[in-house]
Design a protein around this ligand. Structure first.
Ligand SMILES: [Zn+2]
Length: 509
């Protein structure tokens, strides 16, 4: 052995080591066979094996035979599902004078442990500049441990913003823009800007999204509470009741209808907003309603808790509503009135929340959730669960079937969920950077036992193996299915005008 080694020049020796170390992981972990599970897609479930090679699903069929060196996972009696796609997160976001405490890596690590394998985060422009905002978020996302995409917020309007929207869509793979109808004085935009934005979105084939609350009325509501001496977290809920969410949702829907462009309403929290979406969809308008886990399973009684810290951790906007709204939203989700679930993961720790100890208006808005899609399952069937936590999101943002499905050729983003094993949520084990959890102590049946992201096992036997830098940016193309038929509707509109009327010239004598 000594002799053999001596014969090889040192440089060649190094080369061999480098070559072997590149090759070994390929042999070891790039081929995985998931055996005997129930493969669940949004419209179908069947018992089948799933074979993964180089990060892609290479086969889905019964009794797949493989050679040595393939990692085999027994999924008998378990569900094999596409990983969750969270359409609504705010990692490392600067907001209300501070920054959300989970960055791309810590937030994603928690997500992977909960079975979410992709998320779409909101890029916030820097002083209104979309390109500066985009650059900042590219940096924030450098340590990503799972695939991610971007939405872009629009916070002001001028020619530059309009031009940059085009660049974002055509060069940077962003196909959705969010407009805030709330947060007066910071992110809120006027109806005039909303209309300009809707028109631009339509021309680019990008989806317009709205945070729907009447910001002027919220401002009035906040003043009223302070005048009444109500300065605690309960003032947050009282200052922005469901009617203000309903009004803005209705207004956004009508304005999108006026422009004839598809609309996506983020975090539907109330029956009021949900009712507007139901009505619009029934009339044939292209409107998507996203709800969030906190809206489905929590209620606002917690905001009256006598302990400030306990109450403040539930402060988010629109607020968590009174009992009754959650049940109704769960029903709307299972019947397809609402299409998908997000989490609006936007975490601040107790110290940050304490910024609003004397004034609820200064409590940073946001709750955790990126890892708790299971809690959304409620009354859903297992196929519907896949539809609302993964497939529908992939379709809306035009990345289906690369994402959101267990099909040959799809990315190997897969979870194995054991319906008979229980999970419990607690701040001790949630992998976030925050010290609290709004789902503390909650749990139930249906534990994610294995998460595979990009063909790598990142969660197994309660052990997390998230690798910084392994996540990829997913570019999303414009003109999703909702844009089909818009031109025809525009043509019908124009012909319905019967104008301009040709009139004879006026005769003067
Ligand atoms: Zn949000």
């Amino acid at each position: 052995m000594e002799n053999y080694r001596a014969q090889i020049p040192r440089s060649a020796h190094l080369l061999i080591i480098v070559f072997l170390s590149l090759l070994l992981p390929l042999c070891e972990s790039n081929q995985i066979l998931i055996k005997g599970g129930t493969v669940v897609n949004a419209h179908h479930r069947e018992v089948a094996d799933v074979y993964i090679e180089d990060g892609i699903i290479a086969a889905v069929q019964k009794n797949i035979m493989v050679g040595d060196g393939v990692k085999i996972i027994d999924a008998t009696g378990k569900y094999v599902m596409p990983g969750g796609i969270d359409p609504h997160t705010h990692l490392a976001m600067e907001f209300m004078g501070t920054e959300t405490i989970d960055d791309f890596f810590s937030g994603q690590a928690a997500a992977l442990a909960g079975g979410t394998t992709m998320h779409i985060d909101f890029v916030i422009p820097v002083n209104g500049s979309l390109s500066a905002g985009y650059e900042a978020y590219v940096k924030k996302a450098e340590r990503s441990a799972m695939d991610y995409g971007f939405h872009m917020a629009i916070t002001k309007w001028d020619e530059t913003v309009s031009r940059e929207m085009e660049v974002m869509v055509k060069e940077n793979g962003i196909n959705s823009f969010k407009f805030f109808m709330a947060y007066k004085g910071s992110l809120m935009i006027s109806d005039e800007l909303l209309l300009e934005g809707f028109k631009k979105c339509k021309s680019l084939g990008a989806l317009a999204m709205v945070h729907a609350e009447n910001g002027d009325a919220v401002f009035e509501g906040q003043k009223r509470m302070i005048e009444l001496g109500i300065t605690g977290p309960e003032g947050h809920a009282l200052s922005r009741p469901p009617v203000l969410e309903g009004e803005a949702t209705s207004r956004a829907i009508r304005l999108a209808g006026f422009v004839n462009t598809p609309l996506y309403v983020v975090h539907v929290m109330s029956i009021d907003a949900m009712g507007e979406i139901a009505k619009a969809r029934k009339s044939g308008q292209k409107v998507i309603g996203e709800t969030v886990v906190s809206a489905l399973v929590l209620n606002d009684s917690v905001l009256w808790d006598s302990d400030f810290q306990t109450a403040a951790k539930y402060v988010m906007s629109p607020p968590i509503r009174a009992p009754g709204h959650g049940k109704a939203l769960q029903g709307a989700l299972s019947t397809g009135v609402l299409q998908l679930v997000g989490t609006d993961h936007c975490t601040f720790n107790s110290t940050q929340k304490a910024m609003g100890i004397d004034d609820f208006r200064k409590i940073p808005n946001g709750v955790n959730g990126i890892n708790i899609f299971q809690s959304a399952s409620g009354q859903l069937s297992v196929t519907d669960f896949v539809r609302v936590t993964s497939t529908e999101c992939a379709r809306i943002f035009n990345i289906y079937p690369r994402k959101g499905a267990i099909l040959v050729g799809s990315d190997a983003d897969i979870i194995i969920l054991n319906p008979n094993s229980s999970f419990e949520i607690t701040a001790n084990t949630h992998h976030y950077r925050t010290d609290t959890n709004v789902y503390e102590g909650r749990g139930g049946k249906g534990k994610v036992e294995v998460t595979i992201a990009g063909g790598r096992i990142v969660w197994e036997k309660d052990e997390l193996n998230a690798v910084p830098g392994s996540g990829k940016y997913v570019k999303m193309a414009p003109f999703n299915y909702m844009f089909e038929g818009l031109e025809r509707a525009d043509a019908e509109y124009l012909s319905s005008l019967r104008a301009p009327v040709t009139r004879r010239a006026m005769h003067t004598t």
